[in-house]
Write a protein that binds this ligand. Structure first.
Ligand SMILES: [Zn+2]
Ligand SMILES: [Zn+2]
Length: 209
């Protein structure tokens, strides 16, 4: 039996408003302003990440998490900004699919005088993006237009873990291609699930007499 108690801790300022406009469909909405943390019947708080009991003996990390690993996972899940900065540290904004230095390209475009931005983007891998999007990248370049963080094992494929080793950098072109591919995969999974349901209905029908 668990009791819920409301921990009113203010969240670290998180620029989630700007990120919300991004196309990450899989992001879950987090309540703002506080966390609901469960405690067990003895009053021991349960980890917000894995629901395991947290040490209350005054360890180095805060009692919302049982371990640094869980804390890291939770932060990766709840803040796009944090997730991007951690992936940036390890991959420097280089697309893991095509090798484009997407973050460098972003910096070049951003730092170029607006009339020259088109020339910087031209003849790059990203120049194949829709014109509307390219115009936006020239008018007001933001790094989220150039590269995204991708889940290597997709969430729907059981790779819900948000640990750093399941995340990779993809440039916008490669990310779009992968997202389209995954949408196709998902619809095939749905179809085969529907087909096996029909098959099991039929077998029930035959067993029943
Ligand atoms: Zn945990
Ligand atoms: Zn790429």
């Amino acid at each position: 039996m668990f009791f819920l108690h409301l921990c009113l801790r203010s969240r670290a300022a998180d620029s989630s408003k700007a990120e919300a406009e991004e196309e990450e469909e899989e992001e879950e909405q987090r309540p703002e302003g506080g966390y609901l943390q469960a405690v067990d019947s003895a009053g021991v708080p349960l980890c917000l990440s894995c629901q395991g009991p947290c040490s209350t003996t005054g360890g180095a990390w805060d009692t919302r998490f049982c371990s640094h690993r869980c804390q890291e996972e939770f932060q990766l899940r709840s803040s796009q900004t944090y997730m991007r900065s951690r992936v940036m540290e390890t991959e420097q904004g280089v697309c893991q699919q095509c090798g484009l230095h997407a973050h460098d390209l972003f910096l070049k475009v951003r730092d170029a005088p607006p009339p020259q931005r088109k020339d910087v983007l031209e003849n790059t891998w990203l120049a194949q993006l829709p014109l509307k999007r390219l115009n936006e990248m020239i008018r007001a370049p933001v790094e989220g237009d150039f590269w995204q963080v991708d889940h290597i094992r997709p969430v729907y494929g059981g790779g819900g873990q948000c640990s750093l080793d399941n995340l990779q950098t993809l440039c916008t072109v490669c990310h779009k291609a992968r997202t389209a591919e995954q949408a196709k995969e998902r619809s095939q999974m749905r179809k085969s699930a529907a087909a096996s349901k029909v098959a099991s209905d039929i077998s029930r029908f035959f067993v029943r007499k």
